[in-house]
Write a protein that binds this ligand. Sequence first.
Ligand SMILES: [Zn+2]
Ligand SMILES: [Zn+2]
Length: 331
Amino acid sequence: MKACILEDNQKISYKEIETPQPKDNEVLIKVGACGICSSDFNRVYNNGAYFYPLVLGHEFSGEIVETGKNIDKEYLHKRAVIFPLLPCNDCEFCKEKSYAQCKNYSYFGSRCNGAMAEYISVPIWNIKVIPSDMRFDIAAMCEPTAVAIHAANKIQEYQNKKVCIIGTGIIGIIIGLIAKSRNAEVNFIIRNNQKEEFLKSLGFTSFGEQESDIVFECVGSNQSLEQCINTVKSKGQIVLVGNPYSDMTLPKKVYWKILRSEITINGVWNSSYKNQENDDWDNAIRFLYENQNQLSMLITDRFKLEDGIAAFNQMKNTDKLSIKGVFENEK
Ligand SMILES: [Zn+2]
Ligand SMILES: [Zn+2]
């Protein structure tokens, strides 16, 4: 099969590698679409991979084209999305189904080969079957959508609350759509006018700093962390979602506000996949499926596997509006 392989820092090649064979409890997925995640940029440009060569890609969907020995043949030709984390199933957190906190996990596209390829073999435990008419590109957004749902669910009550979102990556935008669907007043803090136009096209109307009941930090910078604390009302809640670029430090005056205003700060990591009904992944599939037309607007860049590094360079170019880029395979 053909794959897009990170050979070394900033070096990606498109070449033939061996097609994986499903083990007894695995299914072979013909990848339909695989998203480019902001975490992939660190792997590609900043020596951020655990090892080379590595097939990137952890946000993907596809069709089941082969089943391992122990798998019901019913699964053949079903469409699926795949939870990219491979838990140890042995630690205390796995035992309580908090797999994102597993102490010894593997991960497609990071700690083992991922889905920027024609095929990938995955354990049946990791898949969720999706509707047969769900588009692969939309389904490839299931991972970031599940993360957004997980973050949004840290807050119990949205009705008539003022929600502020700092950051306009795909997760921030989806959190905004969820909060709006739960009847919150949603406001974005952004630094880029192109993004403002884009958010208006999604139906958002409020921008700039405003005192809010709930603030989501979706950037991961000191500046936006400070902005969160300065923006939130007394007794308000902050949800920290963005992966930090560097050490996070706070001036004493800002730190004081957390104490004086009794602010609640929630950390979130990944999503909650339990391989059972109504986990974050089921909710993400439903949300994407019901809003396919609107959410397809988030896919701003489409690539073929052979585009390789050019795809990453295009996504990195900040002159142009980019929300989500996906690699798509032939149907
Ligand atoms: Zn990701
Ligand atoms: Zn574990």
